[in-house]
Design a protein around this ligand. Structure first.
Ligand SMILES: C=C(O[C@@H]1C=C(C(=O)O)C=C[C@H]1O)C(=O)O
Length: 195
């Protein structure tokens, strides 16, 4: 077979196209943050969920006791601890407060959803409801230091290339859930604003 100038030109074109495609692929990859930073974002989402998973226990306890979903004095008490822990960890206090207020709101969304459903169903009180003061609130308090550490990481990630894109992509999947989608969105908003 003879190679005409046309063959050479076609081959050259194909090489250039393949090289451009490879380059585009590399660029997409390099816009992802480093693996350990992706893991830090995933850890934060996991912690948000761990906190949200406590909300149904709070809802059960309040369903039986008739206590209001909204407990402003308890929120104020948590925010005091948050402010002092944030200061110790070098996390911006306003950011930490804003983040925790979003977690409270997300928890209340889950609780309201459940109470509305139980009202519609005419639900009787639960057998063996969890103890709010002795069990449930201490579980939430144990998550606070881990969340402050995760906030510290988020502040660092605000300067890492690709971190905000990765968070947005993860947030899109995370908020797609039928039951937890809306509260997760509420809980994530301060992070999306920050990154
Ligand atoms: C979880 C509770 O319900 C609400 C949500 C809070 C929270 O997420 O920590 C705190 C107080 C309440 O407004 C609770 O009463 O403990």
């Amino acid at each position: 077979m003879r190679f005409t100038p046309r063959h050479v030109a076609n081959t050259y074109c194909i090489i250039v196209i393949v090289a451009l495609l490879l380059l585009a692929g590399c660029q997409t990859q390099s816009s992802l943050p480093p693996t350990e930073d992706q893991a830090a974002i995933d850890r934060m989402l996991h912690l948000i969920d761990e906190r949200l998973e406590v909300a149904p226990l709070v809802a059960r306890s309040k369903w039986n006791s008739g206590a209001a979903i909204e407990a402003p004095e308890r929120e104020a008490q948590i925010l005091d601890q948050v402010a002092s822990r944030a200061a110790d960890a070098g996390v911006d206090e306003d950011f930490a407060r804003h983040f925790f207020q979003a977690q409270f709101e997300a928890s209340k969304q889950v609780q309201r959803q459940l109470h509305e459903r139980w009202e519609d169903e005419g639900r009787e009180p639960f057998d063996n409801p969890p103890d709010l003061a002795e069990e449930v609130r201490p579980t939430l308090d144990r998550l606070t230091p881990a969340l402050i550490d995760a906030l510290n990481e988020m502040e660092r990630l605000a300067d890492v290339e690709g971190a905000s894109g990765y968070l947005e992509a993860r947030a899109t999947e995370f908020t797609r859930d039928e039951v937890y989608g809306e509260p997760r969105e509420t809980a994530l908003q301060p992070l999306l604003d920050r990154l």
